[in-house]
Design a protein. Structure first.
Length: 80
């Protein structure tokens, strides 16, 4: 592939600037035309949080019961 000359590089940069200027002019007009009202939707709290905390509480209670049972069985075997 032949390398670009300085003249070709200058022409390419000018062409690119013209394209950016044309695109900027085109993009600015539709923004003024686009003005749709935003519809606000009510925020509904999901019940997942309440389920999470109730399940966490139950699992902590069960874990503490199992640990207490293990400790009592350990000491019951030591006494015998």
């Amino acid at each position: 592939m032949p390398r670009k000359t300085k003249k070709q590089k200058i022409l390419a940069s000018l062409h690119k600037q013209n394209l950016f200027a044309a695109n900027a002019a085109i993009e600015k007009e539709p923004e003024a035309v686009k003005s749709t009202p935003k519809i606000s939707q009510p925020i509904i709290k999901s019940p997942e949080h309440s389920f999470f905390f109730s399940d966490l509480k139950k699992s902590l209670i069960l874990t503490s019961i199992v640990v207490a049972l293990e400790i009592t069985l350990y000491f019951a075997r030591l006494i015998k």
